[in-house]
Design a protein around this ligand. Structure first.
Ligand code: ASP
Length: 413
């Protein structure tokens, strides 16, 4: 049986068992969750997370080394970051427009008293963020899994490999071999994926308060609709027009990686599988995929931005606060920054939401309303986040091929 089919069956089984236990056998769920679901899910998560830092380091260093000239790296970097920022801004505007139209916070009784949320995040200053990207100790950056710092060090390392050519060719070869080993390990790890996704889903659904979901149904629907529209309209358009790639083919081939993102709720954990799928099934060149996808997993979160856009409007409506145009613009700006700053791990987006709310003067305690039902939305938005990174890689790869063709043509004439 093909792996994708196995994962789909595992997801459906996991979700069904989660619902049944949740509704009828809560005590059995507690027992199974502790003894089976959580350990098996964690084994799968640990196995794939184990590969993330080494893969990011090797692939970025090799990617930059193979791109060769600094001009090319700068061009790809500039285009990648522009694509990320523009699509994220579009995502938030779409989400806010939909929330203003559907008004999920205006209907229903929300308990606004006694809400406590203690995960408030202050917005870090721009200067601090920029300075913080440079690690003082690359080994501790790797040990802590600080992705931006690892990316920075790997990038620098790659520049040196490219510049030193002959003098560093054995290191390049060694990194290539390590990269091959890591890719092989991903294939091995994926054999565990059906068990892992089953356990993660059963655990997540079993723990979900179904009554809470009912009360928040309109909010959940708005977020889901915005995610869906972003995928179908914005991403499909970008793929077709900028990437010259059939959206249907893309979704068909990338579906296994989306399922892993869905079940793990983590862009970081999905990164190894997303890169392998992009390089081997979607035909994205290694050099572009290695650079664009790790960067995307760290700073590009359209799905998260969508949740933050809808949640902000929802909370304002629930508290009966009218947002001015200036405040709405402020939400767009801070939510772009917040989604850039969100780590690719489960639930990070909700913590960064406090930064957006604070910036526009909305009650941060409003997060308590949505935190209980965030897990299923987290699963969906992570799948969108991961799609965005890969679609950007396809588009950048296409534009680089075009530049390459133009250069060849110029030389020939
Ligand atoms: N779980 C998301 C991701 O890893 C981040 C978030 O929105 O919480 O992409």
């Amino acid at each position: 049986m093909k792996l994708t089919r196995k994962i789909i069956i595992a997801l459906i089984l996991g979700a069904s068992i989660g619902v049944i236990l949740n509704l009828f056998l809560p005590e059995t769920f507690e027992l199974l969750d502790t003894l089976l679901f959580v350990p098996v899910g964690s084994i799968f998560l640990n196995l794939i997370q184990m590969l993330v830092v080494p893969i990011v380091f090797c692939s970025i260093a090799l990617g930059v080394a193979s791109l060769g000239d600094v001009k090319k790296v700068g061009r790809i970097g500039g285009r990648t970051v522009s694509f990320f920022l523009i699509t994220t801004a579009v995502a938030i505007i779409l989400a806010m427009a939909l929330a203003l139209f559907i008004r999920p916070g205006a209907v229903g009784n929300f308990n606004l008293s006694n809400q406590a949320f203690d995960g408030v995040t202050e917005a870090p200053s721009f200067v601090d963020t920029m300075v913080g990207i440079i690690p003082t100790n690359p080994i501790s950056a790797m040990a802590e899994g600080n992705m931006l710092q690892v990316i920075f060090f790997a990038f620098f390392f790659g520049v040196a490999l490219a510049a030193l050519k002959e003098q560093s060719k054995r290191t390049t070869r060694l990194l290539e071999e390590i990269n091959n080993i890591l890719m092989y390990l991903i294939t091995l790890t994926m054999h565990v994926a059906p068990f892992g996704t089953f356990a993660l889903l059963a655990s997540a659904i079993g723990q979900q308060g179904l009554a809470a979901m009912q009360a928040m149904a309109l909010y959940m629907l708005t977020v889901t609709l915005a995610l869906f529209l972003h995928l179908i309209i914005v991403y499909s358009f970008a793929l077709k027009v900028l990437g010259k790639y059939s959206p249907i083919l893309f979704f068909k081939k990338f579906f296994p990686a989306m399922l892993v993102a869905f079940s793990t709720s983590s862009s970081n954990a999905t990164l190894p599988i997303a890169m392998k799928t992009a390089q081997e099934n979607l035909g994205v060149s290694k050099s572009v995929s290695s650079f664009v996808q790790p960067l995307g997993a760290t700073i590009n979160m359209d799905g998260t931005a969508i949740m933050q856009g809808v949640a902000t409007i929802f909370i304002a409506q629930a508290y009966g606060i009218d947002l001015t145009i200036n405040q709405l613009l402020m939400v767009v700006l801070t939510a772009v920054l917040a989604s850039v700053g969100t780590a690719g791990v489960p639930g990070a987006g909700i913590v960064m939401l406090s930064m957006v709310l604070q910036q526009v003067g909305l009650p941060v305690s409003g997060i308590a309303l949505i935190i209980g039902i965030d897990r299923p939305l987290n699963m969906l938005r992570t799948a969108i986040n991961v799609c965005g990174d890969t679609i950007c890689a396809i588009i950048i790869d296409e534009s680089e091929k075009k530049i390459g063709m133009d250069v060849l043509q110029e030389k020939a004439s």
